[in-house]
Design a protein around this ligand. Structure first.
Ligand code: KG4
Ligand code: ZN
Length: 343
């Protein structure tokens, strides 16, 4: 087995949830990042784990082949493989890791297991190599809402996270009860542009508490109660923009407030935002305004790198392999986010 160097080609694989993705790094350059989203879950109103696993089995070989083709390389050029091992859906993770182990064995290439959350935290390095430590990372997706204090690639700690729903989950659940379908975060964002964010005063969970944890389930209940009691279940097209804007404002206000307070309390020189909710236009605008006011850097990766993708797994895998860290073939997958604090 040859050793992994700065110039080596790396293949990365991500199958932790409902995106089948493969990426190729040629040295430092992200040469391909192919993402195949399992859109069929929308008709069930949520992700069905068994169907996600089957879809990964069906599409992963073609997604990997396409990534290699786009990068202009073959498996024999690959000097290292990185794969998501946790956290995520067990069956879905088994598909990706088994495939990666098979390739590693067949082509005698070093393999490294990567923590999906580390992928989100360090994804900003793909487009900003000069990003300096220490920084804060706000990871906001359908499954996670956490703030990390990041001192180096090896040294980071979680300083706050949600105690119930994730921010994306809150967007999706509220969007669903407003009749916008699933997943509705992006639709809520779009409809909210026509609405007044101050129209309805929804609660801001844990806003005034000193810690950096979040709670969004009270907001969801409050929107439901408002729709049932005040609107008598009549969510008209006229009311919808104000409802979306007001509920969105409640989520965004807390995310921005806690992240900036964490920035004020720590030595962080920049804020990184990642995960699907980083696409939210109101969150981006408010963070931008506040970060500029404080002269603190704000790094939000481009959309393709914010949502689940193998490129972010590759950047972490590459750093690990360059530091001589390999996983061998014995590692197991885990759905557990706690274990995932350290890969
Ligand atoms: O990171 P991601 O693609 O997948 C996982 O959660 O694993 O994030 C998806 C989440 C969904 O909850 C979706 O509704 C939310 O991100 N989302 C948004 C927006 N775009 C996607 N939420 C608010 N505003 C958006 N523009
Ligand atoms: Zn994710």
């Amino acid at each position: 087995m040859t050793s992994f160097t700065e110039q080596s080609t790396l293949l990365a694989i991500e199958t932790s949830c409902d995106e089948t993705s493969a990426a190729v790094f040629r040295g430092r350059e992200l040469a391909a990042n192919v993402i195949s989203s399992q859109m069929f879950h929308t008709k069930y109103g949520g992700i069905i784990p068994e169907l996600a696993s089957r879809a990964h089995v069906q599409s992963l070989p073609a997604v990997v082949a396409e990534a290699l083709r786009q990068a202009g390389v073959g498996m024999r050029d690959v000097g290292g493989i990185a794969v998501t091992a946790h956290p995520g859906l067990m069956g879905a993770l088994v598909v990706g890791t088994s495939f990666a182990k098979g390739l590693s064995l067949r082509y005698n290439v070093p393999l490294v297991a990567v923590n999906h959350i580390e992928g989100h935290i360090f994804s900003a390095f793909i487009e900003n190599e000069s990003l300096a430590f220490p920084f804060l990372a706000l990871v906001v997706s359908g499954g996670h809402t956490s703030i990390f204090h990041v001192r180096s690639f090896e040294d980071y700690e979680i300083i706050g996270s949600t105690r119930d729903d994730a921010a994306g989950e809150a967007f999706d659940k509220i969007a669903k009860l407003l009749g916008l379908g699933y997943p509705g975060g992006a639709k809520m964002d779009a409809v909210a542009k026509q609405g007044n964010p101050a129209a309805i005063k929804f609660p801001r969970g844990m806003y005034h508490e000193e810690h950096f944890d979040f709670s969004f389930s009270g907001l969801k209940t409050s929107v439901r109660t408002y729709v049932q009691n005040t609107l008598r279940n009549q969510v008209t097209a006229e009311l919808l923009p104000d409802l979306c804007a007001s509920a969105q404002e409640a989520i965004v206000d807390v995310l921005v407030h806690k992240t900036l307070r964490a920035a004020d309390r720590t030595d962080a020189r920049a804020i990184v935002v990642a995960g699907g909710v980083a696409a939210n236009s109101r969150l981006r605008a408010k963070l931008h305004e506040q970060a500029t006011k404080r002269s603190i850097g704000l790094f939000i990766p481009s959309m393709q790198l914010c949502t689940d993708n193998a490129g972010m797994i590759g950047i972490v895998g590459r750093k690990k392999l360059l530091h001589g860290i390999q996983s061998g073939l014995e590692f197991t997958v885990s759905s557990n986010a706690l274990r995932a604090k350290r890969a």
